[in-house]
Structure formats: structure tokens, C-alpha cells
Design a protein around this ligand. Sequence first.
Ligand code: MEV
Length: 419
Amino acid sequence: MGLPRRFRRLQIDERRAAVEQASGVDSAAFGSEPRLIDLSDVMVEAAVGYTAIPIGIATGFVINGTPYDVPLATEEPSVIAAASFAAGIVARSAGFRATAPEPITTGQIYLEGCDPSQVPTITGLEEELRHHVAPLLERMARRGGGWRSMEVTHQSETDLIRIQVRIDVRDAMGANAVNSVMESLRAPLESSTRGRVVMAILSNEAAERLTTATLSLPAERLARAGIAGAEVARRLVLASEIARTDPARAVTHNKGIMNGISALALATGNDTRAVEAAAHTYASRDGVYRGLSRFTLEGDRLEGHLEMPIAVGTVGGAAGIHPASSAALSLLGKPSGRELAAIACAVGLGQNLAALLALVTEGIQSGHMRLHAHRLAWAAGADSSERADVVGVLEERGNYSREAARDALTEIRSRGTGR
Ligand code: MEV
């Protein structure tokens, strides 16, 4: 494209003009709301604006007896529809149960040049190190969080000493706080041990953030597409077994779960990549990549269970600054970080239930294509009064292509039947 070398040093309006000049792209495509353009500039380097990912609300969730309407940000047409559908079925049977543990984030420091025999000495430094970083954790400690413990181990594969610190981040995303703590331990560790810190960083493994969601439904409620509920339930159990034993299927199964969780993470300004990395690591914890959820039959009830690490926060990060994420959190009743994790887990399980239900009965494509047809109609130039008719024609003909949408629109306009 040939942008100037000093591009990142330009003012944001100059960057937008430079992009237009170099590429012919209209910078309005990167948003035109002045305040959000300004916000983009403080959120990321070399910003040119923002992208508009749709945000919708999956309605009707009941989680631990509390009703929630859940904001989800996603580009995928079926995600919100599927979440609301599952929320409705599960709400009729007491809703989801979900729990999230104390929000412990860990960070690791890798020290080279030390002998394994120094492990006890370094362990003995805990009080000193804790004292050293206390000012950085003061606000977290005031909210009941802060330093919890430190473990020192020798890693034989790399011959490094690993110092792991556990920090309770309360409702914060905590990445900046934990990374600051880790980095500020570098100097005292180096001076006390004569070792050299190779790196100091938090872990996204989120191993202590194991969140669970469950559901329990009478199998008869699952009847659909002319298939008896008990048979649908049997197929769901089989589907979850396939995902537990075949990684090729497990990936897509888990992707379906993450459709809901990542969309909620994005809507609330959380780090979607961190949440996803933790989920996939957990999915392969025994050396084989497996589905994260499990469905079983207990008598005539289908039981659904999802357990996975979910490290999300409700203060700090983008949640604290982006108006859309603050609004999304307000819609959820300003939850704590743990409550948000529990909601995310329930949404993930609901999303999974909806996907599996479709997969083992009529398949997912009929629903997907119906939603996709709205995009095709829009892309063909149909306005809001014409879209339903174009979608109707595409459905009738079972042809979901751009050409078919254009032809349908031309026909509708020539007949003058647009509503
Ligand atoms: C599509 O985004 C998600 C699904 O493929 C999930 C699944 O297959 O379980 C429908």
C-alpha cells in the first residue's frame, strides 16, 4: 500500500488520510464516530479507527436462578439465535447452574544461572518479595485480593528455576497488574541469587479458574424434526462421546462452545485470545485434544456439563474504557469477574447444546442458510422493506448465492412486490 514510514507517529486523522491516499479506501469504513475514533487512538498503536462487529442480546438465560439477557458480539449469524434458543429450553427446566472459583492468576519468572540447591533459599525470600511488590497490589489487596503464595521449582528440561506467584485479581482482568508484579521481582531476585531472569510474565493457562456449568432436562423436551426426545437425547450423548474421543470433531465441538464464550468476552471488553488459549490448553490436558463438555443420560433426563478455565474481568482493560463494553456489563447487572465467568460458562454450554441438537437432527445448514440469506439480500442492495421478500425467494428456491439474491431483488422490484 506504501504508507509513510512515520505512519504510527502521525495524528489519527492524518493516518486516515494517508490510508485513503495510498489505497483509495474510504476511511469512513473504519468508523466515523469522532469519540470512538479518538478512543481507538488511545487503545492501540497506529490506529485508523474501529470496526463495527454486531452486538446482539441472547435473551432468556436463567443461571443460578437469576435471569440474564446476555450481550454477545459476533460476526456469525447463528450464534445469538442459538444461544437464545438453548436459554429458552434450559430455562423451562430450572436453568443453568454455574460456579467460578476464586480469581487466581499466576505468573512465572524463569531464572538462569542458579543451582537446583538454591530452591529452598529462594523459597525463603517470599516475605521479602511480597513486601517489595505490595505497593503494586495495594488496590487489589484493599478489595480482598493480592498476593496469595509463591512456589519455587527447578525445571530439569531447561535447568532453570521457576518462581510462580499466585495472585488473587478480584474483578480485574489483572494482566497489567500481574505482569508489573512479575517484572518488578526481577531486580530483587537477581540481586539475591546472582541468577539472571530470562523472563517474567503471567500465564494465560488460568489453571485455577476452572468454571463449571450444568443443565438438566427431561429428554422428552428434546423432541424435534419428528424425532422422539429420548432418541434425540441418545444422539446428543453419542455426539459428546465423539467429541471426547476424536480430536477432529472435538475442535469443532469446542469452537461451538467458544462461539458463545468469545462473543461474551468480546462484548465485555475481555481478552478473547487469552480465554481461547486457556480453553484449548485445558481441552488437551491429558495429551489428547478432547471436547470440553459432556452430555449423559440419567434415567430419563439429559445432563449437560461443561468445565473449563475462564479468566475474565469486569474492571480495567477495555471493559473500563470502552463504552460498548461498559454498557454490556451494565446490561448484565454489573457482575463480578466470577459471576461473568459463570455466565460465560453457561452461555458456552447452551451454545453447545443448540449446536449438537441441530447437528444430530436436521443439521445446521438450514438454519445457517436462512440467516445467511439476510446478508445476501443486503449485499444485493435490498433495503429493509425488500429484504424479507428476497429471503423468502431464496428459501423457496433453496439457492443461497449472490446471483440468486440479485435476481430475486430484480424480480421483486419489477413486480413491485417489495413491502
Ligand atoms: C459453527 O460456528 C459451530 C458448530 O460447528 C459447532 C459444532 O459443530 O458443534 C455448529
